[in-house]
Design a protein. Structure first.
Length: 94
């Protein structure tokens, strides 16, 4: 299944292995994921998945794609967010 989201959009994902790819036709995007506890808060710095910390609790960042194995979500985690930021280094924002 493929879902296209507008800026700021969201979608509920099935409890399965999901792939989220962020793309832009006009600029580079810095992709990251945030793991949130059931209270909606980040538990520690380890809950941020990005280029320098590319995996945590079965969330793996591979380039512009986040692969999340939602079948093994720890009981302490409920919500995950995939984030994209226009990359200034890639000439997208001034």
């Amino acid at each position: 299944m493929t879902t296209t989201l507008a800026k700021g959009g969201n979608a509920v994902l099935p409890a399965a292995v999901c792939r989220v790819t962020l793309t832009s036709l006009t600029t580079g995007i810095e992709v990251s994921a945030v793991l949130l506890a059931q209270d909606g808060k980040v538990r520690s710095d380890d809950d941020l998945v990005f280029y320098n910390h590319s995996s945590q609790d079965r969330i793996v960042l591979n380039g512009q794609t986040i692969v999340a194995d939602l079948t093994v979500v720890p009981a302490t985690e409920e919500v995950r967010a995939a984030l994209g930021k226009l990359s200034e280094a890639m000439g997208g924002v001034s």
